[in-house]
Write a new protein. Structure first.
Length: 360
């Protein structure tokens, strides 16, 4: 389709699912800061004042899961008293032996991963998720600064495309937790002036652009007291906002041996480099793995008729290596960098190694 609308959403750190991603990746960072070879898959679930931390860990690090979780809640902006239950066991020896083979890291599971890039923004991200994430980040910052707001919130952006190019923004939705005394008119003025107008280019807004600020009305009860949360339930927000495909496995909580995370990061790295170096206007990469195998089973390239895919396969073969150990080493993934990925998207942010562009 040449002319169409496409919508993506994002959430702030205080959203209950994102709380759990943040806790899980904070636990992972604590482990990696002591033990770079830690094998971690420790997740979280939250409802009301109860936080449940569970999963598998194989690490020399001594982790105080309760302390990490409570510290995360305060960092996000929640000051209630929370109870923390834990159920963490060691990683299965069968899985561990399949992953670590003679100091070579092999895939910790089977699965498929995707990466995507497009030249429609300067970060090589699709415009709907690019602006949804920017709005969510600005909203999150404002939530920390303003006494009128609470930590929970969501954003949504609908883009109108004409001839496959971004034409305008058709609608913006921003919902934010707030104090009971704040009126809707006060909230609407605050969000339009301090969030939307600070983030969205004026040339994308016109007289027909619609703003929906807290369309449900009151949003005083939020976070885990408004909804339950679980690690890994925002994988579309975490990736490309519904543009391109996703493999199904989440990123948060998983150490670099987990190809759900490392494979997806590397696919983004390859796709972005293909587009940034001018070989295509859009590029999607799929890779697949089997547990205990070092090399991928398959690699698939789709440029949506914007590049020569036969040439791109050769470029990938000459410039990139999808073996698990090589991906980890090239992107330097054994560092405690993951807490910062948990909110506002894993892609399109220059601070991460999988976003770097090299000559190919």
């Amino acid at each position: 389709m040449k002319n169409y609308f496409f919508t993506s959403e994002s959430v702030t750190a205080g959203h209950p699912d994102k709380i759990c991603d943040y806790i899980a990746d904070s636990i992972l960072d604590e482990a990696l800061s002591v033990d770079p070879d830690a094998k971690m898959a420790v997740e979280a679930t939250i409802k009301d004042d109860l936080i449940f931390i569970y999963g598998e860990a194989n690490t020399t690090a001594i982790l105080d899961y309760k302390d990490i979780a409570l510290r995360c809640m305060k960092e996000i902006g929640y000051n209630e008293d929370y109870r923390v239950l834990t159920r963490v066991s060691k990683q299965s020896m069968e899985i561990n032996q399949a992953v670590d083979k003679n100091q070579t890291i092999c895939a910790g599971d089977q699965g498929i991963m995707f990466g995507y890039a497009t030249d429609e923004t300067d970060t090589y991200m699709p415009a709907p998720i690019y602006y949804a994430n920017k709005l969510a980040k600005r909203l999150g910052d404002l939530q920390h600064q303003s006494e009128q707001l609470g930590p929970d919130g969501k954003t949504q952006v609908s883009i109108e495309y004409e001839d496959n190019q971004v034409k305008r923004i058709d609608s913006i939705v921003v919902s934010t937790m707030h104090k009971e005394y704040v009126t809707h008119d006060e909230l609407e003025k605050l969000i339009i002036e301090e969030v939307i107008e600070q983030v969205i280019p004026k040339n994308l807004i016109d007289e027909d652009t619609k703003f929906y600020i807290n369309p449900s009305g009151s949003f005083v009860v939020g976070g885990s007291f408004g909804d339950s949360g679980t690690t890994g339930r925002k994988i579309v927000c975490d990736s490309y906002g519904g543009v391109g495909r996703i493999g199904g496995g989440c990123f948060s909580s998983k150490d670099p041996s987990k190809v759900d995370r490392t494979g997806a990061y590397y696919c983004r790295y390859v796709a972005k480099n293909i587009v940034a170096n001018g070989y295509a206007k859009k590029c999607e990469i799929q890779v697949s793995y089997a547990i205990g195998r070092e090399a991928p089973l398959s690699i698939y390239v789709n440029t949506f008729n914007t590049g020569n895919e036969e040439d791109i396969y050769k470029i990938i073969d000459n410039n990139f290596n999808f073996k698990v150990n090589d991906m980890i080493n090239e992107l330097d993934l054994r560092k405690p960098i993951y807490k910062n990925t948990a909110v506002y998207g894993h892609f399109g942010r220059d601070e991460f190694s999988w976003e770097k562009v090299k000559e190919i």
